[in-house]
Design a protein around this ligand. Structure first.
Ligand code: HEM
Length: 124
């Protein structure tokens, strides 16, 4: 069984990413980085990416090509504060899934690692 299946498939990633963007929508540091009129596109891209990463359908790369996430984040200034804000909303979203500890820890460790690897600006 893939990790994607073990955590409950598409529905779980839909809930995770939707809850995450509810936090982003209210965040004074992060909200201005995203398209003004619409977070739905960003929500869909992150959901499809995570589904693909964890062994679900490869729709993300069919639509967007190779992820190359560091390159795709280059237009945005991501310092420690942005990373920590991103992780705070992700933590809230992960908590609401109430996954078994082992699955939760695997998901969370990846998100922490990925968020740290996306930092592209020195602390201000
Ligand atoms: C896109 C911010 C970390 C995955 C974006 C966008 C912004 C952003 C502003 C453009 C929104 C859009 O797609 O319209 C940030 C910030 C981070 C962060 C501030 C803090 C560390 C991450 C991490 C991941 C991720 C850790 C993966 C685990 C993605 C994906 C896209 C995206 C898949 C869409 C790429 C595409 O197909 O164009 N991010 N991000 N981001 N981000 Fe992040």
């Amino acid at each position: 069984m893939t990790f994607y299946e073990a955590v409950g498939g598409e529905e779980t990633f839909r809930r995770l990413v939707h809850r995450f963007y509810e936090g982003v929508a209210e965040d004074p540091l992060l909200r201005p980085m995203y398209p003004e009129d619409d977070l739905a596109g960003a929500e869909e891209r992150l959901r499809l990416f995570l589904i693909q990463y964890w062994g679900g359908p490869g729709t993300y790369s069919q639509e967007r090509g190779h992820p190359r996430l560091r390159m795709r984040h280059a237009p945005f200034v991501i310092g420690d504060a942005e990373r920590d804000a991103w992780l705070k909303h992700m933590r809230d979203a992960v908590d609401e899934l109430s996954l078994p500890d082992e699955l939760e820890n695997r998901l969370w460790d990846y998100l922490v690692y990925a968020a740290h690897s996306m930092v592209n600006a020195p602390a201000r």
